[in-house]
Design a protein around this ligand. Sequence first.
Ligand code: HEC
Ligand code: HEC
Length: 160
Amino acid sequence: MKHLITVPLFTALIYLIIGMAAQTVNAGSKNLMPVNVPLIYKQECASCHMSYAPALLPKESWTEIMNGLQKHYGTDASISQQEMMQIASWLNSNAGTYKRVKEAPPDNRITKSGWFEKKHRKISSREFLSPAIKSPSNCNACHKNAEQGNFDDDEVRIPK
Ligand code: HEC
Ligand code: HEC
């Protein structure tokens, strides 16, 4: 009787561990962008740069970004209070929760996250600033499906 209970429990535990491990390493092979992106996010947050998937930063970072739009990385990106609340709520409910995104990176930059630096350590800063790329923040210069939040390494091409 005892045996009959422990086996399924053990199996469930194994599945849980595999599932958690897959979540932390597989961010590159699935679409991080939710399917229904609010139009307002595309309008207000994808005019100066591509639209970043909320899962690329923790809630804490999105909150700080949304509270400081008038001083946004050297520019003014402020919007109405109502739009701000609407976007912030969507970002927060879709923010990254998996292991590598759990801590807010310096300046709330995706590009200053530990995982980002590790995954891109072979790319020099000169390469990142080349005319075809301009900034590491331009994910879509190299990841053609970056707007869908797809960073699969089969779809990467560094423009020369
Ligand atoms: C007026 C132009 C403008 C608008 C509008 C704008 N941004 Fe930005 N954003 C910038 C600039 C400039 C940077 C810095 C890019 C760089 O360093 O190459 C930036 C950087 C970022 C970064 C950090 C990227 C990195 O390097 O990791 C995030 C996240 C971000 N913006 C989110 C948002 C969100 C959310 C909104 C909408 C509320 C928004 N932005 C609207 C201009 C804008
Ligand atoms: C200069 C080109 C370039 C830019 C810009 C760039 N990447 Fe990458 N990225 C790469 C390359 C090359 C790899 C490594 C692929 C490999 O492992 O062989 C990579 C790997 C990754 C991976 C890991 C994929 C995996 O399967 O392990 C993620 C996630 C990622 N990038 C996200 C981003 C995000 C988010 C941005 C923008 C904030 C960005 N990248 C900007 C070139 C770039």
